[in-house]
Design a protein around this ligand. Structure first.
Ligand code: AMP
Ligand code: MG
Length: 334
């Protein structure tokens, strides 16, 4: 009998202290949206900003949910050509630029493959090689065509923003809260953390990184402020069949769960969208190619855990990473 494992929630821990040195009050909220559990904590004079943040998450969920008939993504996937909001077009353009940057490791046209494996809808199934090959014909980010905000795709292609949507939502919430005058907040959209400014006592936020081999433990912590910290891991969503584990991060060249030797990748960046897209892509690329990309970039840092439990931390965040375990620091000029 098929045994199904589905990670109920992502356990990047937020180690937060509510101590206050000013007259701000702490407001927290826990909601289910974008297919995951979201935790919001803000320091403010009232809960107005928190209510607006919740409404914004619901709005973005509706815009991108490919199962919702009112969403832009549903319209593109169903009609193969649709006029969408400028916002959706921008997110798709950003996704395509991450595809270019990562040699196609990030590819939002994996939708038909996600469906074939049953990850969308949780009706898990291991496809035959023939099924996989014919479904892969529809995959390829270069197949997406733009005419301003009109987006079209071939008949056998579909779009899935699951690898970037939460990062986009976290950017929107961070901007919204700052525009409302919030000086301290932290949000976790299913483990996609965005720390807004510093903690209320002016110290750095502490964001824990889950041990991909033991979800109840951390492999380390980061002391950061004003950053997105986003993890992609094989442990976050998977099923098991015939003693084999299949997870939800797809290598677009094979249509199968990425098998690059990595167990998790955490990306730290100013932009949630960049961190989200890159964490998925770097997971697919594997350590060596991921480090090569990092060396040629200046907009992110990363923590990698490989399948053997080895931890690699890029130079830019080495000073703010703490761990009881041994880890290697990746240098820019090695
Ligand atoms: P994340 O948890 O951000 O790594 O995203 C994983 C989700 O992104 C999956 O559940 C799919 O919806 C989608 N996805 C899977 N593989 C890819 C890929 N190679 N490129 C872009 N999106 C992907
Ligand atoms: Mg992602």
């Amino acid at each position: 009998m098929r045994k199904i494992f589905f990670a109920a929630s992502i356990l990047i821990c937020l180690l937060m202290c509510g101590c206050s040195q000013n007259n701000m009050r702490e407001y927290t909220e826990n909601i289910f949206a974008m297919d995951t559990v979201m935790d919001l904590k803000i320091y403010s004079e009232n809960d107005e900003a928190l209510s607006e943040a919740k409404a914004e998450i619901r709005r973005i969920d509706t815009l991108f949910d490919r199962g919702n008939e009112n969403s832009d993504i549903y319209k593109i996937n169903k009609n193969k050509s649709a006029d969408v909001s400028a916002e959706t077009a921008d997110v798709i353009r950003t996704a395509l630029s991450i595809s270019d940057r990562t040699g196609g490791a990030f590819d939002i046209t994996v939708a038909p493959v996600m469906d074939l494996w049953g990850f969308y809808g949780n009706e898990f199934n291991v496809p035959s090689d023939d099924e996989l090959q014919s479904t892969l014909e529809g995959v390829g980010y270069e197949k997406i065509r733009f005419d301003n905000t009109n987006i079209s795709i071939p008949e056998n292609t579909g779009i899935d923003l699951g690898g970037i949507g939460k990062g986009y939502a976290s950017d929107r919430i961070a901007n919204l809260l700052k525009n409302k005058g919030v000086k301290s907040a932290i949000i976790s959209l299913g483990g996609n953390v965005h720390a807004i400014c510093k903690r209320n006592d002016e110290s750095e936020w502490t964001v824990g990184i889950t041990d991909p081999h033991n979800k109840s433990q951390l492999i380390g912590k980061l002391k950061i402020s004003d950053k997105a910290v986003i993890t992609s891991g094989a442990y976050q969503r998977y099923f098991e069949q015939g003693g084999i584990t299949y997870h939800h991060i797809i290598d677009p060249t094979t249509g199968k769960s990425a098998d690059s030797g990595l167990a998790s990748v955490t990306v730290i960046a100013d932009s949630g969208m960049t961190a989200d897209g890159l964490s998925t892509a770097l997971f697919v690329m594997g350590l060596d190619k991921a480090i090569e990309l990092w060396r040629g970039s200046s907009d992110f840092d990363a923590v990698f855990v490989d399948e053997g439990g080895m931890i690699y931390v890029t130079e830019g965040i080495a000073d703010v990473f703490e761990s009881d375990a041994d880890y290697s620091i990746c240098k820019r000029n090695d």
